[in-house]
Design a binder for this molecule. Structure first.
Ligand code: GAP
Length: 514
């Protein structure tokens, strides 16, 4: 049985082999943590984006969308705090010359204690069989307790150091825990330094010189600076939201796990503007609502959990992550943040413009508070791929790789296949294509055996295959083959649009959220 790590590696290779994700500039051996989406990847990604966009701007009548530029006036980033505080603590190993995030090294060490605890419990469970009480064992076994205490002490020390931005203490923790560089195996560490994650470039070529500008590290600021534009031109009344999907850029120190941590990625963010004092109520609402959005896809409710933040970003008074169970552990896919009135107040201060809302019900003006939901498209893509990728052994001993993608997100909904390339079957298949292709993304395949063609579609997650055989010419029926069960049934061609339509209809999904 393959380990999760091996399966993950195979899934990454599968993404390249089947046109989902390629390394950027592949012919030049790629560019670190930058990826291109291929012909299937872009369809899946677009479907994810559509699901999010419709869930925001259609299900909620008080949410509208915008598309702001990536380049913004540089003062934006001074006001937002990113120039001064958008940093990661980095540390170098002098022997391997490798650079790490100090916080990640310590978090990995905490995870090691967790693994030790789980290993002890798993060992004991094997020994004691059915009568085993894991919770009691966790609380009473001296060896487990020793690991728990060490873990808790490290966690407390780490949280305090992060909250106080104490870089010396972070280094001391790394030394005290005996953390070594995974490459050199040594503890020859430099001091911990702050590293700003924003990419910068130059704009303009005037004689006075050019202006240093940044590639946005989050899409949110494009929404904040447009608050008045949208509120006034859309006559929006609080509470209301502004949604946006777009690229963001971060010079990540440690980029790893495929598209999980990239230097160029895409975010789907929504800022929901509320009355001061009502933010916690709305924070709770969005926390629950966003989890329902994820769960509605049917990847498995047990694969999600919340992680409430202890260390809050400079702008937040509450924050939680929605984590998904990736093959490398539960990881953040989405953040829900109560950002107070920080951003709007800062932009008012730095721009000298009054950024307030006149509330006709309260008959007064105020700076709205903001609840933000922020999800990475690429992380969402990864979570879906990780849960969809399966290697199955069939009853006849053969194996198949299948992507059990939610049909609504699958790149191709149906593949039309004439049994043979003659006898008028391709012409009949073309008729079926004409019937379906304006409603659904269809593929056409007439090469190789039907079995091989099924495997090709399984590998890219196509939920339906439709075979045209000689009988079709007289009875106008086709064989529909279902991806997940591999069951086949014969139905009339005229029934195909309704059958496929029902399975891939996004409306059904959106209704669940209402
Ligand atoms: N505006 C708030 C904000 O940007 P964040 O927690 O830094 O908050 C939000 O990012 C989401 O963006 C994350 O939950 C993640 O899904 C995605 N994200 C952040 N950095 C990323 C990276 N380097 N690569 C891919 N996705 C990333």
């Amino acid at each position: 049985m393959a380990t999760q790590e091996e399966t993950f590696k195979k899934m990454v290779a599968h993404c390249k082999e089947y046109g989902f994700v390629f390394p950027s500039s592949d012919i030049y051996d790629g560019l670190g943590a930058v990826y291109d989406y291929g012909q299937n990847g872009v369809e899946l990604k677009n479907n994810i984006k559509r699901y999010w966009w419709e869930a925001m701007t259609r299900v909620h009548e008080n949410i509208v969308g915008i598309d702001a530029a990536i380049f913004m006036h540089p003062t934006t980033w001074k006001a937002s705090g990113h120039v001064d505080a958008f940093n990661d603590p980095l540390i170098d190993n002098r022997d391997s010359k490798k650079r790490y995030r100090a916080d990640v090294l310590i978090e990995d060490q905490i995870a090691k204690y967790d693994e030790k605890i789980e290993k002890e419990i798993a060992k004991a469970a094997k020994r004691f069989g059915d009568s085993f009480d894991a919770e009691l064992f966790r609380q009473t076994n001296p060896r487990v307790q020793e690991h728990v205490q060490k873990r808790e002490a490290l966690h407390t020390r780490y949280s305090e150091a992060m909250n106080a931005n104490d870089l010396n203490e972070l280094k001391q923790i790394i030394l005290d825990e005996g953390i070594v560089c995974p490459i050199s195996g040594t503890k020859n560490w430099t001091d911990v330094r702050q590293f700003n994650l924003m990419f910068s470039t130059e704009m303009g070529s005037t004689s006075d010189g050019s202006m240093k500008i940044y590639l946005r590290p989050e899409t949110a600021q494009g929404i904040f600076v447009n608050f008045l534009n949208v509120q006034k031109t859309g006559r929006m009344k609080i509470p209301f939201g502004i949604a946006q999907i777009g690229k963001a850029f971060r010079n990540e120190i440690v980029a790893r796990q495929f598209v999980f941590r990239m230097r160029e990625f895409e975010q789907m963010e929504m800022q929901f503007f509320v009355r001061p004092g009502e933010e916690m109520e709305w924070f709770k609402y969005w926390k629950e609502h966003r989890l329902s959005w994820h769960k509605a896809l049917g990847l498995g409710d047990e694969k999600y959990r919340y992680h409430d933040h202890e260390k809050l970003a400079h702008y937040a008074n509450a924050a939680t992550d929605i984590e998904f169970q990736m093959p490398f552990g539960f990881k953040e896919v989405e953040g829900i943040h109560s950002r107070t009135n920080f951003d709007l107040s800062q932009h008012a201060k730095y721009s000298g413009k009054k950024i307030e809302y006149f509330d006709p019900e309260l008959n007064k003006s105020y700076t709205p508070y903001v609840i933000e939901t922020s999800i990475g498209v690429d992380r969402m893509f990864l979570s879906i791929m990780c849960s969809a990728y399966k290697e199955e052994t069939l009853e006849n001993g053969e194996t198949r790789v299948v992507l059990s993608l939610p049909p609504v997100l699958a790149p191709t909904k149906v593949c039309v296949m004439p049994l043979v390339k003659k006898d008028g079957l391709p012409e009949k298949a073309e008729e079926v294509m004409q019937l379906l292709k304006y409603d659904f993304r269809c593929a056409y395949d007439e090469k190789d055996s039907i079995g091989k063609r099924y495997r090709r579609q399984d590998a890219v997650g196509t939920p339906f295959c439709v075979t045209i055989d000689h009988d079709t010419l007289t009875d106008n029926c086709v064989t529909v083959r279902y991806r997940d069960t591999m069951a086949q049934e014969r139905i009339a061609i005229s029934e195909l649009p309704a059958l496929i339509g029902k399975a891939v209809d996004m409306k059904e999904l959106l209704r669940k959220l209402a």
